[in-house]
Design a protein around this ligand. Structure first.
Ligand code: NDP
Length: 333
């Protein structure tokens, strides 16, 4: 079988040479393990900071070791009650065609009629929960709020925008990095107004899109976007600090928002969060998002790349913005 290992640590933008696609042999599963044939794997922005040798909320990838991340696969061999060959499982050992998965880190998931299993990596998985908990619990969204979402054409952003609309936002504003994506978020991702952040100063573009200011900012980007949001947040505005993708490839620390002092007079709340602390909301999310997906009121588009050979490119593509909706690597049929 084949797996992708970290060959070296990048400085700035990662390159193919930082990764190594290697043949390896897997032993038979030990007691407590499952042999899984991976069908889909996730490539996510947070994997970029994990390529650095720094302490964070997830340990860094190790040089010479395979990368890991969310995956959905089919059990081939099981040593554990509750898992049998043919079961579909969600687990954390992506970046390889086959995996020896400790059963306690795997969860059996049911196929969803008419919908792809990859949704367990996206709208019905970590992505959906990030948008759901971030908007409702971290930002304390209330019906009638005006919501601004950055990265609005991406996996989390497109969910956050649609959830805000379905939950009764007064107005939803989204930003994205190309005219095609701006059209996409206007038509499909739940927003009333959208702009391309490359078209000018984010603060000016946001002022035009949100003439009455914003109450909630769902931040996937950081940097200039966060500063612009602080300028345009209304009194008692709330920010869910979800991601800061504009920093992930930076080689030096960028200064923070220069206008943070405005948070005092406006009584703003800026709150960071990590999705895994919100697992208690998983059922609520699935119970709300599932029916909306089936009825078509909520769309969960994917950009699908085929094969482990193209996984690195898919990952680099997420950082570049090649994806609309969730970037997924399909490893097998
Ligand atoms: P996306 O599907 O949104 O993909 C990333 C997108 O970021 C790209 O498509 C690109 O879109 C955009 N982007 C890249 N560079 C920049 C930049 N410099 N400025 C603005 N936009 C940029 O990924 P996810 O939905 O998986 O993740 C979105 C954010 O949420 C990330 O920051 C991620 O780290 C964070 N996250 C946080 C979690 C948590 O627990 N806190 C959990 C999951 C995700 P474009 O073409 O529009 O530039």
């Amino acid at each position: 079988t084949r797996e992708i290992r970290l060959a070296s640590r990048p400085s700035g933008w990662p390159e193919q040479a930082n990764f190594d696609l290697t043949e390896t042999e897997l032993p038979a599963p030990a007691e407590g393990e499952l042999l899984v044939r991976n069908l889909f794997m996730s490539v996510d922005p947070y994997m970029r900071p994990r390529m650095n040798d720094v302490k964070s909320y997830v340990p860094p990838f190790q040089i010479g070791e395979p990368l890991d991340g969310g995956a959905v696969g089919e059990v081939v061999e099981s040593t554990v009650d509750g898992f049998k060959p043919g079961d579909t499982v969600l687990h954390g050992l992506g970046w390889r065609e086959h995996a020896l998965v400790p059963a306690k880190t795997a969860r059996v998931v049911e196929p969803i009629p008419g919908l792809p299993l990859s949704l367990y990596l996206g709208a019905l998985g970590m992505t959906g929960l990030t948008a759901y908990a971030g908007l409702l619990d971290v930002a304390g969204f209330k019906p009638g709020d005006t919501v601004f979402v950055s990265g609005a054409a991406g996996a989390v952003g497109s969910m956050a925008g649609q959830l805000a609309r379905l939950k009764g936002a007064k107005r939803v504003i989204g930003s994205a990095g190309s005219p095609e994506k701006v059209a996409y978020v206007r038509e499909k991702a739940g927003v009333d107004a959208a702009f391309n952040y490359r078209d000018g100063k984010v603060s000016d573009l946001l002022a035009e899109a949100a003439p009455d200011g914003i109450d909630v900012y769902f931040d996937n980007v950081g940097g200039e976007h966060l500063e612009a949001a602080i300028t345009h947040l209304n009194t008692y505005g709330r920010v869910a600090l979800c991601g800061a993708i504009n920093q992930y490839n930076a080689t030096s620390a960028e200064p923070g928002p220069r206008n943070l002092w405005l948070a005092i007079g406006k009584r703003l709340t800026l709150r960071g969060f990590i999705v895994r602390d919100h697992n208690d909301r998983f059922r609520d999310m699935v119970n709300e998002v599932g029916p909306w997906l089936r009825s078509g009121e909520l769309v969960a588009d994917e950009t699908v790349v085929d094969g482990l050979d193209n996984a690195v490119d898919a990952f680099l593509g997420v950082l570049r913005g090649d994806n609309t909706g969730k970037m997924i690597v399909r490893l097998a049929e």
